[in-house]
Write a protein that binds this ligand. Structure first.
Ligand SMILES: C[S@@+](CC[C@H](N)C(=O)[O-])C[C@H]1O[C@@H](n2cnc3c(N)ncnc32)[C@H](O)[C@@H]1O
Length: 191
């Protein structure tokens, strides 16, 4: 797949708030984000951008089991043109339910949660967990020093968080987190 770098920087200049990153994620971060995925899972990705994390997902999961939700029309067109077999929705992640998503095993999220209002974070995570089967989980990265979903929000949604690795080989370095329903515990992450 093409790196989409020129496209990334054009969209960054046009809408820095929606992108909220200085560069696409690195291959090291993509590998860490995809580490909890195993063949046979049905996986959704939120905010794939130019597909940096998607490459990590596709190294583990066949294209027909991967569905992308990208709000930016140019990124969505690029992904659809370069990733045969992958389902691409040019739609906000929080519409996953309306678009028929209801039996996913995992959601990989590259969404810039820290630059979103708390109400939107809640809406997106509620929609993600409605679309996940029992035992399903969300893998999320953030550049911030703490987990990107505040504790009270996790309590309202009935979620627990497990802290994954810090990935230094990324600009800027990022930390991986895994969210799951409290009832499912934190048993999934194995790196
Ligand atoms: C920080 S970029 C991450 C791109 C890519 N995942 C990566 O790691 O390089 C955030 C992406 O999320 C997309 N985005 C922001 N809000 C969204 C939403 N509510 N639903 C779907 N995509 C969204 C932006 O258009 C952008 O492509």
């Amino acid at each position: 797949m093409s790196t989409g770098l020129p496209l990334f920087f054009r969209q960054l200049l046009r809408g820095p708030q929606a992108i909220s990153a200085v560069a696409p994620s690195s291959p090291a971060l993509a590998r860490a984000m995809a580490a909890p995925l195993v063949r046979g899972m049905k996986v959704a990705e939120f905010g794939p951008g130019t597909g940096a994390l998607t490459a990590g997902i596709l190294a583990r999961i066949p294209a027909q089991d991967v569905t992308l939700f990208e709000m930016n029309v140019e990124f969505a067109a690029h992904l659809a043109a370069t990733l045969p077999g992958v389902t691409v929705h040019n739609a906000p992640a929080q519409e996953i339910g309306r678009l028929g998503g209801h039996d996913f095993d995992a959601v990989v999220s590259g969404l810039p949660l820290l630059s979103m209002p708390e109400r939107l974070r809640e809406e997106i995570y509620a929609a993600a967990f409605d679309a996940l089967k029992p035992g399903g989980f969300v893998v999320q990265f953030t550049y911030g020093p703490r987990a990107p979903m505040p504790t009270d929000l996790c309590e309202r949604l009935g979620l627990v968080v497990a802290t994954g690795p810090r990935i230094w080989l990324n600009l800027p370095p990022a930390r991986v987190y895994i969210y799951s329903r409290r009832a499912d515990g934190m048993r999934r992450y194995a790196n």
